[in-house]
Every structure is written in C-alpha cells, then in structure tokens.
Design a protein around this ligand. Structure first.
Ligand code: NOJ
Length: 538
C-alpha cells in the first residue's frame, strides 16, 4: 500500500532554507590561508567558488569564536568576536559579504548550553559565592554524605560536577570541566545570550545551528538520573544513566520559543537545533504551544542500520510525525559522527548521497563527504579530541572525521602550505576535489549532478513524497508536484535486482551512465545502484 502523500507548500511560499541545501564546514579543516596548518575564515572565502559550483545554498560553519579550544571551539570565551586562529571580525564580514554576493547564506554555530571556563562570566561566577553572576551557572553544595551533589555524568567521562575548592561548591558541566553549563533559568543569562545572538543577526548572519539544544534546562530539584538498562560494555560511560533529569526538560521549550520570537523580528533567519532524541520527542522541538526551531536536526540516517525496509519504516514514521505545517530535514554526517563512506562503504556512499538529496526535507551535507572522504586513522601521538583522550580505546574519538579537506594531489592536499593540525587521508593524491571534478564518473560529479537535478526539479526540492515499496534491499519512493512525477529507486545491496515499474525515462544513475534510457515494465538495478526516473511519457 503506498503511503499517503505529504502535502507540499505552494512554491511561492517556500523559504530559502526549505528549498535549499546546507553544507557544513568544520573550519579548522576546510582551507588554511595563512600557512599555520589550521583552516580559517579567509580559507573558506577562497573556496566559495567551489561551493557555488557544487550548488549548495547555505554554509554552516562550526564555532569560530575565541576559545581555549579544549573542545575545538565548542568552549567559547567570547560570543561576540572571532578567534585569532580563524581571523578577525573584518575577515568575517568579508566572508559574509562574499557568501551573499554568490546568492548563498551563512549559518553560524551557537553554543547556548555552556561557555568556556575562561569566559568572563564564569570567571566572575566562580570568584565568590556572593558574586552577582554566581547564579549564572549551576553551583551546588556537596551531597549530605559528601561528594558530588547528584550522580549526573559528563558526556566526556566522569562526574558532571567539579569541585571548586576556593568557594567550597560544585559546578555542573555536561561536557568537559572547562565547559561549565549556564543556568538558563536565570533571566539575566537569557537576556545576555539573546544579546549575543542579536550581535550576529544585526551583522547579517542568516541563521544559527544551536548546539545541544535539548540540554539547556536541568531538573530544578537536581534529582539523580536512573540507571540505563540498555548500557553495553564499550559504551561511553555517561550512557550508564538515562538522562532523565539532565536533558529534554519541559521548560526547555519555553527558552526555544523565546529564541524563535527574537528571530521573528528579522527576515527569514533560520534556527536549526542540534537534538539527539527519538523522533517522537524530537518533533516537539518544532514547538509546542509556541513556535520552536525551524529545523530540529533529524539524525536518523546516521544511526539507521543500512537496511532498505528499516529506512523505509523510519522515513514513514518521521513523515507522519513532522507536523503538517513544519518542514522536514535529513542529515548523513557531521563532525561528531563516523563518515558515511566509512559507515556504509565507498559504493553505498553514492546510494546514500542519492537518498539524502532526493528525500523530502532540507538536506545537510558534511564537508568532504562529496568526495567520499572516509575516517582517517589517527596515530596516538596526534590525537586531539578530548572524547578519545578521556575514554581511550572505545573508538569514541572524533578526529578521524575531522581531517583536512582534500583539494588537490599536491603538497598537503592543497589544504595548507605546512603540516596540517590533523593527518591527511593517505588516498588524497587521487581522492581530491581537483581530480574528481574532472572525472565524469566520480562521486563528486554525482553530488554535483544530484544537486543540480534537485534545483531543477521542484518535485525533488519542494514536492510531495509518496512511499512506493521496500523489497529486500530496494527502497523506492516518488517525489511529485503538479507538473511531474519522479521515482527514486535505491539498491542498498551489492547484488543486482530487478523491479517492476510503469514506464519512465532515466534521469540519473549513481553510476553516472544510463541517462535517457527508457524503462518499460521492468527496471534493472545493478549492485549499489540508485536511479532517478521521470515517470510517464510514451
Ligand atoms: C555538540 C557538538 O557538535 C560537539 O562537537 C561538542 O563536543 C558538544 N556539543 C559539546 O559542545
């Protein structure tokens, strides 16, 4: 039974972020313009023509604010400036201007949950119990029997409470001890953080990706988290407990609604929420009584087993749960997750690209996935990520998916003139933008063609979606609008298959051949092949 189609918005009402494609840049690893081995803002600016050629609409850059870099920018010490390693505010303005000149949008990362312990607010807060900013963070006395006030655990290992001997209390940090959590129940904190958002909105930034949004509010009674029956040996330590009292508290929606209200006073600015929750709780972030974020990141493809029927089930469930007036979105990878080419293999990474760029909803691409970059093994002496350093040997480290972009086959892959901060993949001499852009059958060419097709066909970017079938490892769905019907058929296996099909013309294969082939009654899919067909015709 085909799933009932989801209604598409009228084309005139479609906003840029609904029609568009987002591209995530991890700035330390994109392009180094000053030869220090680390990427920077001017480096991004120099590569904008590439992004325009690729066809993406918006660029999201991970944090570029001043930071001690304990968590590589997610520990911010000043929300209204640019870290020296990335450049200056002038560089930022220049980048923004040039992004806009090319008709693209710029999305910044915002880290509301925690600051760096070097932020002036925290330095004041920890200076004494009576400091006016004491309540800006979460300070508590030891529990009655001594030790941390509750059993809450840090995502990066160990207790989430750190003892401050000078003032005799503990402060809470969901991540590193150098990343103290702000107290979002405090009105002054909210106002101060909204001011920082306005600083960038006034400068012309088109939107924000908001870090760990579901963490903002913690239980006001600081109750212990229950243990997690699903904990497996080898999991990160914090998974021993269910985060019942530390995340997704009902009051968080009130904060999100306030943020949205602020954004509404500007034109067409976007809020994307980083939220890792089961889909039924995730969709609540579209807003409950009041509007929430525009796009709560949908990470399901990252965690899904690579199985056609499982993915089909997931797509349908998501489609049913996203409120009718809201807009879906899909993500394949980011700086915290193993790369898609590593997760599903080189051949299936092409099928995944077709899936991401044909599903209904805004796609977010992670830099380098378009050239099939895979996780890079990091020698122990070059490990950077605290997640790996604090809990070694569990495979938690995120450096492998953060390695430098591979631009050409020359010195340091064209990324820098000196040794990059993380090692390069050893296949960069052949897997690089320059070589793959000239190769008519490369994954990069596929990405570029998929994006072009999505832009050309309203049915793909903003059209309706209807489920067609899932059989074995084949997943098929339709995208359509008033003028056309397209069928996407994806073979998630390494075996060839045939499926019954009404007539159509093949527009694009992941193998980058067969375009124009007429299909009548039966469509053959080769191993690891996905196709897009235009249905109908003679
Ligand atoms: C989520 C970010 O994506 C991740 O990189 C970071 O370590 C944590 N938030 C803490 O800020």
């Amino acid at each position: 039974m085909p799933h009932s189609p989801t209604p598409a918005p009228a084309p005139a009402d479609v906003l840029w972020w609904q029609r568009g494609i987002v591209y995530q840049i991890y700035p330390l690893s994109f392009h180094d313009s000053n030869g220090d081995g680390k990427g920077d803002l001017d480096g991004i600016r120099q590569r904008l023509d590439y992004l325009a050629w690729l066809g993406v609409d918006a660029v999201w850059i991970s944090p570029v604010y001043p930071s001690p870099m304990k968590d590589f920018g997610y520990d911010i010490s000043d929300y209204c400036s640019i870290a020296q390693t990335f450049g200056t505010l002038e560089d930022f303005d220049r980048l923004l201007k040039e992004v806009h000149t090319r008709g693209m949008k710029l999305i910044l990362d915002f880290v509301p949950n925690h600051t760096s312990d070097q932020h002036a607010w925290f330095l004041e807060s920890r200076s004494s119990r009576s400091n006016p900013k004491r309540d800006w963070y979460l300070w508590r006395d030891a529990s009655p029997n001594g030790g941390p006030p509750s059993n809450w655990l840090s995502q990066f290992g160990g207790s989430a409470w750190d003892y401050d001997a000078a003032t005799g209390q503990y402060y809470y940090h969901a991540f590193l001890k150098e990343q103290p959590d702000l107290n979002w129940r405090n009105r002054q904190v909210r106002e101060a953080m909204y001011d920082t958002l306005e600083f960038w909105l006034e400068r012309g930034v088109d939107g924000f990706r908001m870090d760990v949004l579901w963490h903002l509010i913690k239980d006001d009674q600081f109750r212990d988290n229950p243990s997690n029956p699903g904990f497996q040996p080898g999991d990160s330590e914090h998974r021993r407990l269910l985060e019942l009292y530390t995340t997704d508290r009902p009051e968080v929606h009130e904060v999100v609604a306030e943020m949205r209200e602020l954004f509404e006073s500007y034109e067409e600015r976007l809020i994307i929420g980083e939220i890792y929750l089961p889909v039924e709780r995730l969709v609540a972030y579209y807003g409950l009584e009041r509007p929430g974020v525009h796009l709560p990141f949908n990470f399901q493809l990252i965690h899904a087993p690579w199985n056609a029927c499982e993915i089909d089930r997931m797509i349908r469930e998501y489609d049913e749960r996203v409120p009718e007036e809201e807009w879906p979105n899909w993500v394949l990878g980011n700086h915290d997750q193993h790369r898609i080419a590593t997760r599903v293999g080189e051949a299936q990474a092409r099928v995944a690209a077709m899936m991401l760029l044909t599903l209904r909803g805004t796609p977010t691409l992670y830099y380098g996935d378009e050239i099939g970059m895979h996780d890079v093994a990091i020698p122990p002496e070059r490990i950077q990520d605290p997640y790996e350093k604090n809990q070694p040997g569990l495979g938690l480290g995120r450096d492998p998916q953060r390695t430098p972009m591979q631009w050409d086959g020359g010195l340091h892959a064209g990324f820098s003139t000196s040794e990059p901060w993380l090692p390069l993949a050893d296949d960069f001499y052949r897997r690089n933008v320059k070589a793959l852009a000239e190769d008519a059958h490369s994954i990069l060419t596929l990405y570029q063609r998929l994006i072009e097709l999505r832009r050309r066909h309203g049915a793909l970017s903003i059209g309706d979606y209807a489920q067609i079938m899932c059989q074995g490892q084949v997943l098929a769905f339709e995208r359509f609008d008033a003028t056309e019907r397209l069928l996407v058929a994806l073979n998630l296996s390494h075996e060839k298959v045939a499926l019954p099909l009404a007539g159509g013309t093949l527009l694009l294969s992941t193998h980058l051949d067969r375009a124009g082939e007429r299909i009548d009654g039966r469509c053959e899919l080769r191993a690891d092949e996905g196709v897009i067909l235009e249905l109908g015709g003679p």
